[in-house]
Design a binder for this molecule. Structure first.
Ligand code: PMP
Length: 339
């Protein structure tokens, strides 16, 4: 049987024509030429264009007439929304010459921007030095170091403001370091003006009626809100803050008790909602356990604000931004609480 099969294959092969010899001078043995230059890093093409998730489970609680969507920003290659801003700030530094090939990026970050700088630095050939409050979770610290970043730990009692002061001090001591200063860099909000907002507009077919987003550096809210307001002057723009200075919503700022970011413009918001850490925790746990979405705590805070807006809205298409995934916060004790 097997003899028959192989003989039939042998019998057919001449019908396919003579096989070209490996040494046939009419055939080029050079590697194929590609028409595009090699990208600097394939990671860059993965930033942005994140999925817009429809939260039908939460819509059902509100009743008919309200659609709720969230941008799943953990789909960025560094796992958070901050890839967008970090890449835009680095690209600006390259264009202006402030960041030279092989140079060092310095900044203060509570975590996600640092991860984005560290990832991009490793991919693009820059050194990265980050000032981080010492109460950063062990897995975050490991991640930063895994990407090869140098971490300068600052007093946890001074929070993110202490990290900002240390970054300024290091930059004053060595002005050749590239200090993007995400709190005062227009490239931060512009990243969202140019990417996040047009994506939301396209993904909702221009139907978005409300934007709800948390305030950290405020880049996400300010940039996305500015562009969406140009596209639809009637849109409602709602920012979200923790309700107290001592809160547990990583990534968000209680503006009244913080160094206010230079890029923050409070006048853009039609409303500014305050969320407790407990509400943010509860909704983060509900997202995971009842809806299959393992998101970070600031996503829970954003969702708490969305539900307040939804409860008094009619015929609304509410869009929020879920800045990162929950795997980064698994050592946080709130996961053990009952729902
Ligand atoms: N949530 C998380 C988890 C963050 O890391 C950040 C960034 N600090 C934010 C929300 C707020 O984003 P932005 O800095 O654009 O205001």
């Amino acid at each position: 049987m097997s003899t028959h099969r192989s003989s039939s294959i042998d019998h057919q092969s001449p019908a396919l024509g003579p096989r070209p010899s490996a040494l046939d001078p009419r055939i080029s043995h050079a590697p194929p030429r590609t028409s595009h230059p090699a990208p600097r890093s394939s990671l860059l093409a993965l930033i942005g264009n994140t999925p817009l998730l429809r939260l039908t489970g939460f819509e059902a609680e509100i009743g008919p007439g309200v659609e709720i969507y969230a941008k799943a920003e953990w789909h960025n290659p560094g796992g958070s929304v901050k890839d967008r801003a970090a890449w835009r700030m680095i690209a600006d530094g390259e264009r202006s010459g402030a960041l030279q090939p092989g140079g060092t990026i310095l900044d203060a970050t509570s975590g996600n921007t640092g991860i984005a700088y560290a990832m991009l630095g490793a991919a693009l050939g820059y050194r990265v030095r980050l000032c981080v409050p010492a109460n950063v979770t062990p897995e975050r610290l490991r991640m930063l170091r895994a990407y090869g970043a140098e971490v300068v730990l600052t007093d946890p009692m001074d929070g993110s403001d202490g990290a900002i002061r240390e970054a300024r001090r290091l930059h004053d001591a060595d002005p050749s370091l590239f200090y993007p200063d995400q709190y005062n860099n227009a490239a931060n909000w512009r990243a969202h003006y140019e990417t996040t907002a047009p994506e939301i507009w396209a993904q909702t077919g221009g139907r978005v009626t409300h934007l709800v987003a948390g305030l950290g550096t405020s880049g996400t809210f300010v940039g996305t809100a500015r562009r969406l307001r140009e596209l639809n002057p009637a849109i409602a723009l709602i920012s979200v803050q923790p309700d107290s200075a001592l809160h547990g919503v990583e990534g968000l700022k209680h503006m009244a008790s913080s160094i206010v970011p230079g890029i923050y413009d409070a006048a853009i918001a039609d409303d500014d909602l305050r969320i407790s850490t407990e509400e943010a925790h509860e909704l983060t746990r509900r997202l995971a356990a009842r809806h299959g979405l393992l998101a970070g705590v600031s996503s829970g805070a954003a969702l708490a604000a969305v539900l307040r807006v939804a409860a008094r809205a009619r015929d609304a298409v509410i869009v929020t931004v879920f800045p990162d995934g929950g795997a980064r916060y698994l050592s946080d004790r709130f996961w053990e609480d009952d729902l």
